[in-house]
Ligand binder design. Structure first.
Ligand code: ADP
Ligand code: ZN
Length: 289
């Protein structure tokens, strides 16, 4: 039987809302810029008022509260986007539509989409990393969205600096964490021009790969995934992949052996559809529960 399901990919710059089926096939979708909660939710409601969906999967920017026992479960918590700070996103949705919800991070839904329909098909443990305006990490462990006390924040791990890199870093919380050193805005600020304008042979990509390789090493040592999937604007630089793999090998010193590295550190397959597809698939799961 086909169920009508909804998805909301709530990003810091844009929202994508869609309806579709349990297989993650998108029937209709809309996109609009993220403004204040009042303005943005008006657009969300205008879309879903038209469709009697049975469940909605929400992947939100954050950090968000995903602990069902917490009094602020369903809230966006500490975001630098001040209008959304302490906003009860899930509560607003539930007040409008009394249906089942998956409530998780934007990176988790993209990872889930890749796990079910993209580069993670056939794998049980999928580590997904997006390198864009920020760096986000989602983890699917034995087919489930991994959750500890909260969701992983693997974009903010600390690293060893590349010799000679004295760039201060752009993370508002930590300065020179992974996101501060290697997200799109860091690449741009260090180089003095946009990443897409740098030559593929620019040393900037060696620097970038050194940081991403360290991240891969840390994720390998702590989560032991079957695959590490990279998405996001910066990873459109295809030359990064061989560089990251080579540096990963050098750093790891065979401590953990990965038999087929080309299939271990890989690019997303669903591209821009990963997140919204994952939302629909996650909605299908909550409907079954
Ligand atoms: P977001 O993270 O906001 O969802 P993206 O994943 O597209 O969006 O990431 C945007 C960042 O990626 C920007 O900092 C941009 O400069 C960088 N970026 C986008 N395309 C490229 C490219 N082809 N090469 C290098 N950097 C890119
Ligand atoms: Zn940080």
């Amino acid at each position: 039987m086909t169920h009508l399901l909804g998805g909301i990919e709530a990003g810091g710059t844009k929202f994508v809302c869609a309806v579709g089926d349990e297989q993650g096939n998108i029937q209709e979708r809309v996109k609009f810029p993220t403004r204040t909660p009042a303005e943005t939710m008006k657009d969300v409601f205008a879309f879903f008022d038209k469709y009697p969906v049975e469940a909605i999967g929400i992947g939100s920017f954050g950090p968000i509260d995903i602990n069902p026992d917490s009094p602020t479960y369903g809230y966006i918590t500490d975001t630098p986007k001040l209008a959304w700070k302490n906003y009860n996103f899930l509560g607003a949705m539930k007040a409008r539509y009394d249906i089942a919800y998956e409530w998780t991070t934007d990176v988790n839904v993209a990872g889930y989409g890749e796990y079910k329909k993209g580069a993670g098909v056939g794998k049980e443990n999928v580590l997904y990393v997006t390198v864009g305006t920020g760096i986000g990490v989602g983890y699917i462990s034995h087919g489930e969205l991994y959750r500890g006390r909260s969701h992983p924040e693997g974009g903010h791990i600390l690293l060893q600096r590349e010799l000679g890199d004295d760039f201060a870093g752009v993370c508002p919380y930590h300065g020179a964490c992974l996101e501060g050193l290697a997200a799109g805005p860091a690449v741009e600020k260090r180089a003095g021009k946009k990443g897409n304008l740098l030559l593929p042979t620019d040393h900037a990509w060696e620097t970038e790969a050194f940081y991403l390789a360290q991240a891969c090493m840390t994720y390998t040592l702590t989560f032991s995934p079957d695959v590490i999937i990279f998405g996001g604007g910066v990873m459109k630089q295809a030359q990064l992949f061989p560089l990251v793999r080579t540096k990963f090998l050098e750093l790891m010193h065979d401590y953990v052996r990965i038999p087929d590295l080309d299939k271990y550190i890989v690019h997303v397959e669903l591209g821009d559809d990963a997140g919204i597809t994952g939302c629909l698939l996650a909605a299908a799961d909550v409907l079954g529960k």
